[in-house]
Write a protein that binds this ligand. Structure first.
Ligand SMILES: Cc1cc2nc3c(=O)[nH]c(=O)nc-3n(C[C@H](O)[C@H](O)[C@H](O)COP(=O)(O)OP(=O)(O)OC[C@H]3O[C@@H](n4cnc5c(N)ncnc54)[C@H](O)[C@@H]3O)c2cc1C
Length: 389
């Protein structure tokens, strides 16, 4: 095995010198919490008073993390990275909307993205966030098993129907579909719905993928039970793994409402739980397809090593590695160079609707100190390497 995540030439091969310097500039800004906080404040203020912000956001942080406002705007990016065998997953990233108009718009857009993936060999998956398809009230109540009004029961069924429409389309277009995970208090109802979809559409191979957030201490057990059910029901388990993006919010809610936090006690427990989920799924690879969604080098390497040890071809379609667009190109491009299946999540959507995603990325790159300094030092090394040529 010849994977070297420090190979910056391969990592940034798709970027011009100008791109690299701009990326370094943006990462330097994000590394400073005070500037990030102030920028967030003024952006939100500008949005509230309808002051135009596209001119500043679009060429900067938006361009770093987002593919474009619509599917066709993402095409140049998809093409550039595919030259280096890095695929893309187009993710319609409009968040926090729940009117029926918004839901229908998200449904149509996601159906378009599934069809588009079906016609483009460089887009191997479709994806959606379940919270785009009903209200948080219904997801919360249905997950907690609370009594619901007749209208709420109807809306819960509408949610299931929408998810079904998307999974059916994915099956018909032969495009595996990833269902993201968000707050834990929505997840039970989502898990149950996704499981029903796997029973229907995963008979021949994994088309429907659920997401396991391994920062939750109950997820390894849940994964094992899901595997048992897949065995009993004779279907394939599509398993996307992430550590989880909402740790602070989870802990705050648990504290406020007086229940035990669902999150692992520390980072090393999360790491262990994540890597054990990979090991368990790999052991049961006849039944489980693995989508390794992480910027963690150790977890990325772990799956490659497990495959290598068992003599499994790097391009075996049961195993995928994925990072977010704009982050950890050293992992994506170096794995792709060695023949592994790699796809970057490429969000798209109108600037103002993508802002929550951008704020999350900026905050993540401020708070996860290691990540920012790693990105910055890799970019600086590559700039130096190119200068010395
Ligand atoms: C392709 C892709 C898809 C994604 N999809 C989703 C999704 O559907 N849902 C979702 O929630 N997130 C998603 N994420 C984000 C992901 O959950 C993480 O926030 C992010 O990737 C950082 O984790 P990491 O594995 O890259 O590695 P690292 O940088 O090694 O780990 C950071 C993570 O470790 C955990 N952690 C940090 N400190 C502690 C602590 N003190 N105690 C316990 N745990 C701790 C947190 O989860 C934190 O995000 C996705 C990420 C990728 C790359």
């Amino acid at each position: 095995m010849n994977i070297d995540f420090k190979n910056t030439e391969a990592a940034f091969i798709s970027k011009t010198d100008k791109d690299l310097k701009k990326t370094r500039f943006l990462y330097r800004i994000m590394a400073r919490p005070r500037i990030t906080k102030t920028a967030k404040f003024f952006t939100q203020l500008a949005m509230n008073i309808h002051f135009p912000i596209n001119w500043i956001v679009k060429p900067t942080i938006y361009k770093l993390f987002v593919g474009g406002e619509a599917i066709n705007e993402c095409n140049p990016t998809v093409e550039i990275i595919s030259n280096y065998k890095v695929n893309a997953i187009l993710d319609y990233s409009v968040e926090g909307k729940s009117s029926i108009d918004d839901i229908n718009k998200a449904l149509n857009e996601t159906l378009n993205s599934i069809k588009n993936a079906g016609t483009n060999a460089n887009i191997p998956f479709a994806v959606f966030k379940p919270t785009a398809f009903t209200t948080s009230n219904v997801l919360t109540k249905a997950s907690a098993g609370e009594t619901m009004t007749e209208e709420e029961i109807k809306e819960a069924q509408n949610f299931k129907n929408r998810v079904h429409t998307l999974c059916k389309s994915a099956y018909e277009n032969n495009i595996p579909i990833l269902i993201d995970a968000e707050d834990s208090w929505y997840q039970k109802f989502i898990d149950d719905t996704v499981e029903e979809m796997m029973v229907l559409y995963n008979k021949e191979k994994a088309i429907v993928f659920n997401t396991w957030q391994m920062y939750r201490h109950d997820r390894l057990e849940h994964l094992k039970k899901s595997y048992e059910k897949a065995l009993e029901g004779n279907y394939f388990l599509g398993a996307k793994f992430v550590r989880g993006a909402y740790m602070e919010k989870e802990r705050e809610r648990a504290k406020k409402m007086g229940y035990e936090s669902p999150i692992c006690k520390d980072k090393s427990e999360t790491d262990q739980s994540y890597n054990n989920a990979l090991r368990f799924s790999f052991e049961h690879r006849d039944r489980v397809s693995i989508f390794n969604g992480t910027h963690n080098e150790e977890s990325s390497l772990l799956l490659a090593e497990l495959m290598n040890k068992e003599g499994i071809a790097a391009n075996d379609k049961r195993f995928w590695f994925s990072q977010l667009f704009g982050m950890s190109d050293n992992i994506s491009f170096n794995l792709a160079k060695e023949g592994y299946n790699v796809a970057k999540y490429l969000p798209y959507g109108p600037v103002k609707h993508v802002l929550p995603y951008l704020f999350r990325r900026a905050e993540e790159n401020t708070s996860v100190k290691g990540q920012t300094s790693r990105e910055l030092s890799l970019i600086s090394n590559e700039i130096k390497r190119r200068k010395a040529k």
